[in-house]
Write a protein that binds this ligand. Structure first.
Ligand SMILES: [Zn+2]
Length: 241
């Protein structure tokens, strides 16, 4: 397998040939480098393209590996970090006799969850993961609706419904029919990011594309939209429970 030289040693990469016109490079969550090349590209052309993107590959690998490590580290044990509105809450588990009262309770920046005493480690983690997921979903409902009321005033349009979904490839959607969908994962992002996504979707009620006219309207309601969009590009992939 061909390799690319990075600052801490060389890394092998796999070439996948496709009917395409340009050479594309991607890094998997496990840090493997894949090169998608046109059927007729020579090995030398591919190597040159890979070498040219050496620094980008290195950056992406570091980010992917850090993220994978971080996600694996979240086991829903006492003391684990739970992302919420751009900050980390500390998960606090408390064993109690009898039937615990769900849902978890937020006290300062600690999320307290009561669990029935005597559970195995695996079931304790499963119960905690489920309870935290439900809690975040419920918080998403409240926070997104409040933010929608505020953003609607600035955009001058209101969605007739706001549905929270388990969307994987986008953060939200809305169109002239005014039905907005938002990804529940946004509850883990800073509030300014939530606001930007809602402004973006509300603006699609007026302009149903991403033309300059669309972005001008977004900017009027959310002057720092670029920073929030960039935040999503850079950290959006981390919004996983
Ligand atoms: Zn859009």
């Amino acid at each position: 397998m061909p390799t690319v030289q990075l600052s801490r040693g060389s890394v092998r990469y796999e070439v996948v040939r496709r009917r395409r016109r340009t050479i594309g490079i991607s890094v998997t969550p496990e840090g493997a480098v894949e090169v998608h090349a046109p059927l007729r590209a020579s090995g030398r052309e591919i190597q040159e393209a890979v070498d040219r993107h050496r620094r980008w590959i290195e950056k992406r690998r570091t980010a992917s590996l850090d993220r994978t490590r971080r996600l694996r580290a979240r086991r829903f044990d006492d003391g684990d970090a739970i992302p919420y509105l751009g900050a980390d809450l500390t998960l606090r588990l408390r064993e109690i006799e009898g039937t615990p009262v769900v849902p978890p309770e937020l006290i300062d920046d600690e999320l307290w969850l009561d669990l029935r005493a005597g559970l195995s480690v695996a079931s304790r983690r499963a119960v905690a993961r489920h309870a935290v997921g439900r809690w975040l979903l419920e918080r998403a409902g409240d926070v997104f609706h409040e933010t929608h009321v505020d953003a609607a005033r600035r955009v001058g349009r209101t969605a007739c419904s706001v549905t929270i979904k388990d969307m994987t490839s986008r953060w939200g959607s809305c169109g002239p029919e005014r039905k907005m969908s938002l990804s529940w994962r946004l509850i883990m992002a800073p509030l300014e990011v939530v606001d930007y996504v809602i402004v973006h979707e509300l603006t699609h009620i007026i302009v149903n594309d991403h033309s300059p006219a669309f972005w001008r309207r977004v900017e009027r309601a959310c002057p720092d939209w670029r920073a929030q969009r960039d935040w999503l590009k850079e950290f959006g992939g981390d919004l996983e429970l």
